[in-house]
Ligand binder design. Sequence first.
Ligand SMILES: Nc1ncnc2c1ncn2[C@@H]1O[C@H](COP(=O)(O)OP(=O)(O)OP(=O)(O)O)[C@@H](O)[C@H]1O
Ligand SMILES: [Mg+2]
Length: 300
Amino acid sequence: MSFLAELYRSLDEDSLWVLMVIEQGLKEHEYVPVRIISRRSKIPPKRLDQILSFLNEMKLIKRRTGYEVGYTLTFLGMDMLAINALVKKGVIEALGDRVGVGKESYIYEALTPEGSRVALKLHRVGRRSFKKTALLRPYILERDTKDWLSESKLSAQREFRALEELSRYTQNVPRPIGYNRHAVVTSFIDGLELYKVNSLTDPLNVLESIVSVVDIAFNRVGIVHGDLSEYNIIIEYPEERPLIIDWPQYFYREHPSAIDMLKRDVYYVVRYFNKKFKTQVEWRSIVDKIISGSSKTPKL
Ligand SMILES: Nc1ncnc2c1ncn2[C@@H]1O[C@H](COP(=O)(O)OP(=O)(O)OP(=O)(O)O)[C@@H](O)[C@H]1O
Ligand SMILES: [Mg+2]
């Protein structure tokens, strides 16, 4: 069992309740004072102390001492709340291994109550880029953890909504199943990331499917992926169907940089195919064709 699954199983209802009370309290406090947690949770002080020590030890919350002892939620704490909500809503039933680590997320395998395999993406916006920036500009450290938590929630929401819209027109993106806080659940793609694929039966056909998703995104949904590359495309076998993943950074078609991003996305993929699979495709004409189709009404 994964560390996350084991951690989740170790939490009783009271511990989850305390996490929720702290999460609520973060709306008004950077660190929620213990007296407020105590009042709102209605858990007797001795028992509450035990719970807080346990949660703190497991790194689900972070303590601040000083004038008044208080707690804030960590990403791990929010992971537990999101997993709990998804379990209670019947979106997932069991959590499996970690299958991927992105720059700004962790991806786990999970099972629905019906036994289908799904992917759980836990967004973690700003964590790494923040650490790098903080080295150069220490004053940024003053930013609250809760800002990263809420940015991660926004990122998950953006990704879920984009996938919902895209899925209406194409099967070449993961199917969205549910989301909560910073967690998005989608269909599981059992395949190989494009950068690991050494040969394709019909590379041109695969490239066309990818381009059709870019076209649909732009002309039907009104967005540009913005980070398209061989790392964000998974090839499913045996059909060799490409699925485009990782959408939270999308740009609206109206954004001043959208056309540049569209060019970048198409250029990267076409260049990759031409080099690796020896196709001979001209990226500019693809971009022109996509742009000239832009009379349709976007949805997002
Ligand atoms: N639906 C899915 N099914 C199976 N594996 C997946 C799925 N979604 C993501 N993965 C795996 O997790 C990895 C990271 O996913 P994703 O690109 O969405 O995260 P990310 O944090 O945005 O990545 P990065 O910013 O590094 O590109 C993927 O490369 C893939 O291996
Ligand atoms: Mg990615």
